[in-house]
Design a protein around this ligand. Structure first.
Ligand code: SIN
Length: 555
């Protein structure tokens, strides 16, 4: 390790075998496996527990009962994905699912057992699933998984977890191709802002992006504050291929209450009999879909959007009052307690709900080993677009994808370890601060942050049209230019990094949405309401070289 004083900022070069950015289920699962090969550094923005995984209520879908089959799970995933799932990936994930769930159990995750037969799991049901197949820990499954993984990570001497560290950008180096007069770009780590506001250089043989999703791009989201699309933005700036960014999943039921910031009412509530009703208590889903309240999320969120717009209502309601009171309290302890805190007794009263941005189905494109188009760079979990989710993720398939691909990425690293472990670290450019100064007015950040999220909510939401998308592009492009200027003029801060990332990710969502001239899955475009056979392919894009930082090239 060496230190270089540079315009007041200390640059520390730290090397490790694996640099993992993000500490949700994907990052921690991969860390535990990678630690069998070498040294691992996990950098995480807030404290380690602050991840989307931690908020996941529903559970992890896998074929764990004799009443189900891998064929069923494959088919449900493909139907939900509306023509864009990669079938090879779906089969792979479904096939490995039960093994990976058993790994979690072996590590100590306490899924709820079947009350009749304790050798079996109690399997929940959610929208789009034809069978009960969601392993859960009541309604705090993500928390239970995160707790278990963190305990293991902390006990592992090869893994270092650094809290309050934020990756700014990836570190790219040129690598000569053997026996050829050419070189290729390779990822060799990242520039990281530490808790003291200094920029450090972390060099690694393998860098893995596990930064979660992009929910904070929207005004209303079920996501934690960390979900600012950092991995997507960094990968795009580095030149990686991105896929399907127009497919933003809106969860149909986020609690609607002035004081509740981002509280999810799990789809499992509908899985156990909850019914969506209007303000007069009338069920409405049968008007929209024969699967009613357990239709796939795209269909349910659109139906709610329509109901609210038609009636000028602020929300719709979820009714679980017909179920046994003690059962509801036992099955949904977190939801029961939180709603009680807001004065809503869900065993007696309707729950006010609205759709909110929940999951990014697109991401950094990867192959079946979690490799991105940049050498040395992997992406896992919500940051990645593996091909599993297609145009609409099937509920509870994401925790599954994260654990299956963490294992795949580990297999790839194991197979290639001889080559990877011999990789030499080159000299790297130090972080340049030039004439930058300290930002004295945080309002410059907050104002733009708020504007972007409102524009995205109003113009790039559940139901889209070309006119609004073009308006969004125009406004956010202008904001993006201003932010890029701030980024040059001022010392980099946590808020600046996130603002720069949400602005870029917003533009990429808009460009991808404008590029898809049809409606499919989560992307509903009023101007083109039908799906088109000839457009049933992924939206793939990357940064145009040498152009304006957000100039997109579709492939
Ligand atoms: C939920 O519990 O409704 C969320 C589960 C998921 O998004 O997969």
């Amino acid at each position: 390790m060496f230190h270089v004083k540079h315009m007041g900022a200390i640059l520390i070069n730290t090397t490790c075998d694996f640099l993992i950015v993000g500490s949700g289920i994907a990052g921690l699962s991969f860390a535990l496996r990678a630690a069998q090969l070498g040294t691992v550094t996990v950098i995480t923005k807030k404290n380690e527990i602050d991840s989307a995984t931690n908020l996941a209520q529903g559970g992890i879908a896998a074929v764990m009962s004799a009443n189900d089959s891998k064929q069923n799970h494959t088919l449900d995933t493909i139907v939900s994905g509306a023509g864009l799932c990669n079938e090879e990936v779906v089969r792979l994930v479904v096939d490995k699912g039960p093994e990976r769930v058993r790994d979690l159990i072996d590590m100590g995750v306490e899924f709820v057992k079947n009350s009749q037969d304790s050798s079996e799991l109690d399997l929940g049901r959610e929208g789009g699933h034809s069978k009960r197949r969601v392993a859960h820990a009541h309604d705090f499954t993500g928390k239970e998984i995160e707790r278990t993984l963190l305990e293991k990570v902390k006990a592992n001497g090869s893994i270092k977890v650094l809290e309050n560290h934020r990756a700014i950008d990836l570190l790219l180096i040129n690598r000569k191709i053997e026996n050829e007069n050419k070189s290729t770009k390779r990822c060799a780590g990242a520039y990281v802002l530490n808790e003291n506001g200094d920029v450090e250089v972390y060099m690694a043989k393998i860098t893995t992006l596990c930064t979660g999703g992009t929910g904070k791009v929207y005004l209303y989201t079920t996501n934690p504050d960390i979900a600012t699309g950092d991995g997507l933005a960094m990968a795009f700036r580095a030149g990686a291929i991105m896929a399907n960014l127009e497919f933003v999943q809106f969860h149909p039921t986020c609690l609607y209450h002035q004081k509740a910031k981002n509280f999810l009412i799990s789809e499992a509530v509908r899985g156990e009999g909850g019914i969506l009703v209007d303000q007069n208590g009338r069920p409405f889903m049968e008007k929209y879909d024969s699967r009613k309240d357990l239709a796939t999320r795209d269909a349910v969120a659109r139906a709610i959007d329509r109901e609210m717009k038609e009636r000028g209502a602020d929300c719709v309601f979820l009714d679980i009052t017909h179920k046994d009171k003690e059962y509801v309290k036992e099955r949904f302890p977190t939801i029961y307690k939180r709603c009680m805190d807001y004065g809503i007794d869900i065993t007696r009263e309707l729950i006010p709900v609205v759709p909110a941005a929940h999951y990014m189905c697109g991401g950094v494109e990867t192959d079946i080993w979690g490799r991105t188009s940049i050498d040395g760079l992997l992406a896992l979990g919500e940051t990645a677009c593996t091909g599993l989710h297609g145009a609409n993720r099937l509920a509870s398939n994401s925790l599954l994808e994260a654990v299956v691909f963490a294992e795949r990425a580990y297999q790839y690293c194991t197979n290639q370890w001889k080559t990877i472990s011999h990789e030499q670290f080159p000299e790297v450019e130090s972080w340049k601060v030039g004439d930058a100064q300290a930002l004295s007015e945080e309002i410059l950040i907050h104002h733009n942050w708020d504007l972007i999220r409102r524009i995205m909510w109003n113009y790039v939401g559940i139901v889209r049209n070309i006119k609004r998308l073009e308006l969004a592009r125009k406004h956010i492009n202008a904001i993006f230019q201003e932010i890029e200027q701030h980024y040059k003029d001022y010392f980099v801060t946590q808020n600046m990094i996130e603002l720069r990332n949400i602005a870029l990710v917003s533009l990429l969502i808009i460009e991808s949405a404008l590029n898809r001239k049809e409606s499919r899955g989560l992307h509903y475009l009023v101007d083109y309401p039908e799906s088109r056979e000839d457009l049933a392919k992924n939206t793939r894009c990357r940064k145009k070289t040498g152009e304006w930082p957000a100039e997109v090239e579709f492939l």
